[in-house]
Design a protein around this ligand. Structure first.
Ligand code: PMP
Ligand code: GLN
Length: 411
């Protein structure tokens, strides 16, 4: 193996999807809805499938109808006219956009700042490019156990400033954040933006959960902050936007000089995305573009759909003895499981970190699967995640949670 790949292991997703297949728990692990996407989206795909002209290769940097629609939407949202040819790229999921953005910019020895807890692929992607991840953890404002909201988790300004130096190439931002659900405030984004500008640093902004933001929080695109357009690559996902994670369609937008680098990686590794999926997504975007202000718009209704699910999960977790951290965005909830420690027997599991032992024991003995958050920390900060579990609430089956109330684990 090349040196940069040393230590690569199957990710938490590979391991936990296998575990779910084996034990068939109620799966609140991997983030995807367990109910169908909006009908007009599946209808669009059916319509596209029956059109004989849409089954061959399409334009490499993005299917024309789709890049048009994406450019139209984000031109509105960020208040500047995007060029669909040069300032937008469609990719195989947000994963590929992240990979191409990182590989297209990070050189051997470059440092990349990653905010913990982080979506786990950021770290290996940086390492594969020869870069050096520099981690900074979001930490609770108070340590008296009253941490109830993702907004209680903050960056230490001095610590963040100390990470920026001459070797810093980029910072990866994820708002709303996975797994915590934190939605970065204008003040926090301004701090990051000012440091990027001061040290000539690129911002890779992963905004796949941009439409899942709970009142009164607001999603702010860092690319809209003064002076940030020129140094920001923003990433989105149709999987999250339209609840079709299996479509694996993502995109990146930003200034043409930065997008060029991403396009080069894309053209020489993937070349072009799936034509029918891109056409169907274009149809979906066009529909939403016509009703952006309406409650019917899926971008607006998805949060309303998720709000009661979030409440249900928070209440259930609370009632059963967990200490949930209520998210401001996204569809995951972290919860401290340690108040239940006396009720579980983790001695049968051999993993190094307690959250892995807890989630595996729960899958096998209680039939409930969550994700261990230490997967979202660099090795030095993993202890910060050990007391927690991450559950996904874009689910309808989890009303079955009621059944778990009766288990002796909880009472
Ligand atoms: N970024 C974050 C924060 C995610 O949670 C995910 C998972 N959907 C991705 C990127 C990858 O998205 P996709 O499925 O579109 O590749
Ligand atoms: N983003 C989703 C999650 O965090 C899916 C992860 C994945 O497919 N690797 O659960």
């Amino acid at each position: 193996l090349p040196k940069a790949y040393e230590g690569s292991r199957p990710s938490v997703w590979v391991e936990y999807i296998q575990l779910a297949m084996e034990y068939k728990p109620l799966n609140l692990g991997q983030g995807f809805p367990d109910y169908p996407p909006p009908e007009y989206i599946t209808d669009a795909l059916m319509q596209v499938a029956s059109d004989g002209n849409l089954h061959q290769y399409t334009r490499g940097y993005g299917h024309p109808r789709l890049v048009q629609a994406i450019a139209k939407l984000y031109s509105k949202l960020i208040g500047r006219e995007l060029n669909p040819q040069t300032e937008v790229l469609t990719t195989l999921g947000a994963y590929e956009a992240l990979y191409a953005a990182i590989t297209g910019h990070v050189d051997v020895g470059d440092e990349v700042i990653i905010i913990e807890p982080f979506f786990d692929c950021y770290e290996p992607m940086v390492r594969y490019a020869g870069g050096i991840p520099r981690f900074i953890a979001l930490k609770p404002k108070s340590t008296d156990g009253t941490t109830l909201s993702s907004s209680d988790f903050v960056l230490d300004k001095t610590e963040l400033e100390s990470l920026f130096n001459q070797k810093t190439k980029a910072i990866i931002l994820n708002t709303p954040n996975n797994p915590l659900g934190k939605v970065f405030t204008l003040e926090e984004l301004t701090l990051i933006a000012n440091l990027c500008k001061k040290h000539n640093v690129l911002c890779i902004s992963d905004e796949v959960y941009e439409w899942m933001v709970y009142e009164p929080n607001k999603h702010i695109r860092i690319a809209t902050l003064p002076g940030m357009w020129d140094r920001t690559i923003t990433i989105g996902s149709a999987g999250k936007t339209f609840s079709v994670t299996g479509w694996k369609l993502g995109w990146a937008y930003g200034p043409s000089n930065l997008l060029f680098n991403i396009q080069m990686i894309h053209q020489n590794s993937v070349y072009t995305g799936c034509t029918p999926i891109q056409e169907a997504t274009a149809i979906a975007f066009e529909k939403e573009l016509g009703r952006l202000e309406s409650d019917e718009c899926y971008f607006n209704s998805i949060t309303k759909e998720l709000e009661p699910k979030k409440k249900y999960m928070a209440t259930f977790l609370q009632e059963t003895g967990f200490k949930p951290i209520v998210p401001e965005g996204g569809y995951f909830m972290m919860a401290d499981w340690t108040p239940l420690e006396a009720n579980v027997d983790l001695s049968s599991e051999s993993d190094q970190y307690k959250d892995y032992r807890f989630t595996k024991w729960m899958t096998k003995n209680v039939g409930l699967q969550g994700i261990p958050p230490t997967a979202f920390y660099g090795v030095e900060h993993k202890p910060l995640g050990e007391n927690f579990v991450r559950y996904c609430f874009i689910k309808c089956r989890y009303v079955l949670w009621g059944d778990f109330r009766r288990t002796s684990l909880f009472y």
